[in-house]
Design a protein. Structure first.
Length: 208
């Protein structure tokens, strides 16, 4: 708990106005994500597939936005995106933070975070997510599934941490894999922010 809490607390204090999520050399196509199983649409916990996306207001990811990334997505009004300064100092497993999107201006206590997956990551995306979760002392009840983020291949995980529900989606882009996580103060805040997460998931795409 101390390791996880210290890293994320420091992360929220190290924000600036640019991201380094894209490289200068363009690949031919995203590397595919594979998974042994797929899950059906599920209402309520743990997947909350019945939650409708929020209304889009701001696009994150394009050049000139708060965070320049190798993918784009929309967030609701008042959610504020800022790039993470010195993200390599806050690596969790293979995940390096690039961008933090704060829900407090919209009245919620929590964040969407965008992470670059680095290093020699396994072909199995579950292994990648598990290495990230290994940095947390209390991650439990993990479930996984193949899915889509917009038109992009993706792999989704849900788990509990200190009894609170968390979510992550791993997305294959032209410049490697990005992971977007959602976490809130408690389960009530998590559920209140799910429409924003669903908006990110449904609006994700490659930069134009």
């Amino acid at each position: 708990m101390i390791r996880r809490t210290t890293a994320l607390a420091a992360l929220t204090l190290t924000l600036t106005a640019g991201c380094a999520g894209a490289t200068t050399e363009r690949a031919t196509k995203p590397a595919p994500l594979t998974s042994p199983t797929a899950s059906p649409v599920v209402a309520g916990p743990p997947w909350y597939d019945d939650v409708a996306p929020a209304t889009a207001a701001t696009t994150v990811g394009p050049k000139g936005s708060a965070c320049t990334l190798s993918m784009t997505f929309s967030v609701p009004a008042e959610w504020k995106a800022k790039a993470v300064k010195g993200g390599a100092d806050f690596t969790l497993g293979p995940a390096v933070p690039l961008c933090e999107i704060d829900a407090k201006p919209a009245g919620h206590i929590g964040f969407l975070r965008v992470w670059q997956i680095t290093g020699a990551t396994p072909l199995n995306p579950q292994d990648t997510v598990d290495k990230y979760l290994a940095a947390f002392d209390t991650a439990k009840e993990q479930q996984y599934r193949r899915t889509k983020a917009g038109p992009l291949d993706a792999f989704e995980a849900t788990w509990t941490e200190d009894g609170e529900r968390k979510r992550a989606i791993l997305v294959s882009t032209l410049y490697g894999k990005l992971m977007i996580t959602l976490g809130g103060l408690d389960t009530e805040e998590f559920e209140a922010m799910l429409p924003a997460y669903q908006l990110v998931k449904s609006s994700a795409n490659l930069p134009k």
